[in-house]
Design a binder for this molecule. Structure first.
Ligand SMILES: Nc1ncnc2c1ncn2[C@@H]1O[C@H](COP(=O)(O)OP(=O)(O)OP(=O)(O)O)[C@@H](O)[C@H]1O
Length: 242
């Protein structure tokens, strides 16, 4: 098992958001984390990247407890986080953005790292001298992913990449995510676009009120089931009538 989350409690300062999350992810899996607004999905991703207050439970990465470590240490363990929204440097070129990302690698070979990313994202290479801020939303989202992938992480934590994108841009981003997965990376994706997420991922995990309430292959979950799970915490077909 690559990642094992065991009875995780976490939040922000005194605020408790996650109330005993259990989740296991195998090497090379593509898992999507779904749930209603405020369920704690982003908080779980941030907790895996050391950005919340750890309150209890374990996060084991390849058998080692990493709960409570800071983001820089998480990066060192091969865990990368792609935050929600556009966080790139808008007034810098694609090249310069990737250079900034490469600064986080000690003794990194800037050209080598950049070439590695350009091999994975030829779209970015074609536009390497353009300002990030002049690219479309979808291309900027690819840049976000590229900046995270540059360190060659083993797991990518991706937070709502479809936010604010056109349908074409969403397709572009999801195709790239599927390609990264096929290339051997483990992916944990938080997404509001449940249809796209369930098409791309292998496994769906539903979070509600800070707890995992569902975990199955995506093929075993219909959109109707998902709606019920979000609203009531149960599937309609699981409801027992008296
Ligand atoms: N930095 C923060 N400080 C305090 N509370 C926060 C912070 N970030 C999120 N929260 C709160 O934590 C709860 C869970 O938020 P989170 O963003 O994890 O939910 P989510 O399931 O990702 O929802 P959404 O789909 O709406 O993004 C919400 O009540 C939110 O207001």
């Amino acid at each position: 098992m690559e990642l094992e989350i065991d009875n995780l409690y976490a939040g922000y300062g005194h605020l408790d958001i996650l109330h005993g999350v259990d989740l296991k992810i195998r090497h090379g899996e593509f898992v999507t984390l779904l749930g209603p607004n405020g369920a704690g999905k982003s908080t779980l991703l941030k907790s895996l990247f050391g950005m919340t207050t750890h309150k209890g439970g374990a996060i084991r990465w390849k058998g080692k407890d990493i709960a409570g470590l800071k983001p820089q240490a998480m990066l060192g363990h091969g865990i990368a986080y792609v935050p929600q929204g556009r966080c790139n440097f808008q007034l810098m070129t694609i090249d310069e953005n990737l250079e900034m990302a490469a600064y986080t690698i000690k003794d990194g070979d800037l050209k080598g790292e950049r070439d590695y990313v350009y091999d994975l994202f030829p779209i970015l290479q074609k536009r390497r001298n353009e300002l990030a801020g002049n690219m479309s939303g979808g291309e900027q989202q690819l840049l976000e992913m590229a900046m995270a992938v540059l360190r060659r992480p083993e797991i990518l934590l991706v937070d709502e990449p479809s936010v604010g994108l056109s349908p074409q841009a969403i397709t572009l981003v999801f195709n790239e995510l599927k390609r990264l997965h096929k290339g051997g990376r483990t992916i944990l994706l938080v997404e509001q676009n449940t249809r796209k997420a369930m098409e791309a991922a292998e496994r769906a995990v539903v979070l509600r009120l800070g707890k995992v309430i569902w975990d199955s292959p995506c093929s075993e979950l219909s959109n109707a089931d998902l709606g019920e799970l979000f609203m009531t915490g149960r599937r309609a077909s699981d409801t027992v009538t008296a």
